[in-house]
Design a protein around this ligand. Structure first.
Ligand code: GTP
Ligand code: MG
Length: 195
């Protein structure tokens, strides 16, 4: 996919702020600091359009990025960050549910996990939560660059197994560092967009 245009349209915290003009939409979910914003940047060849940080909790709102006037990426705040108050967590839950439950143009959720480690309980919960809303999920195992080649296959197999993935869902190993897996991610995204 050649990206000619990518811009942030809105940072939303509630439904009335979502963009009016609708295009197929893909949300990025995953633990805080796993690499959601980095994946967006890599897919669209921008260094830091989606703000990244080595500190968890950088993304706090639903950030809608319009790509080539034809689809949205929605960068979503991460979960599983311990330093978050109960009140903040409830706010996050409300914002997520409002979005995942009702968002008509949402075609699939890109769930990012850290391929170095087993998916955490939070990852499993998030996957199950998305399946509860009957959403297709593209699971990404990121930070592939940090795993020796000989061990990659084992890590991929373990991730699929621990998540008890629906056989209809796709798993893609990926690195925002090297760009490995990028074409596969675009391929998966396109498969959810009707011509
Ligand atoms: N080696 C390596 N580092 C990565 C990769 N993807 C992300 N990172 C690093 O991980 C850190 C977090 O990346 P972000 O993209 O900001 O993570 P996020 O999921 O958007 O984080 P929040 O917005 O806080 O939820 C940064 O220091 C990135 O450089 C990857 O594929 N490989
Ligand atoms: Mg982020």
């Amino acid at each position: 996919m050649k990206v000619n245009q990518a811009e942030i349209v809105i940072s939303a915290v509630s439904e009335n702020q979502y963009p009016q003009e609708q295009y197929p939409e893909f949300a990025l979910a995953g633990r805080s600091n796993v690499g959601k914003s980095s994946l967006i940047n890599k897919l669209i060849n921008r260094k830091n359009l989606a703000r990244t940080s080595s500190k968890p909790g950088k993304t706090q709102t639903l950030n809608f990025y319009l790509i080539n006037e034809s689809l949205y990426f929605v960068d979503v705040p991460g979960y599983g960050y311990a330093q978050v108050s109960k009140k903040e967590r409830a706010k996050w839950g409300g914002m997520m549910e409002q979005y995942f439950k009702n968002r008509e143009p949402l075609r699939a959720v890109i769930l990012i996990t850290d391929l170095r480690h087993e998916p955490t309980d939070d990852d499993i919960q998030m996957y199950d939560y998305l399946k509860f809303f009957e959403l297709p999920v593209i699971v990404i195992g990121t930070k592939l660059d940090k795993i020796p080649k000989t061990k990659q296959h084992k890590h991929i197999k373990r991730s699929k197994k621990v998540l008890e993935m629906d056989p209809n869902d796709i798993f893609i190993p990926f690195s925002a560092e090297t760009g490995e897996g990028k074409d596969a991610v675009w391929g998966a995204i396109k498969s959810f967009i009707a011509d």
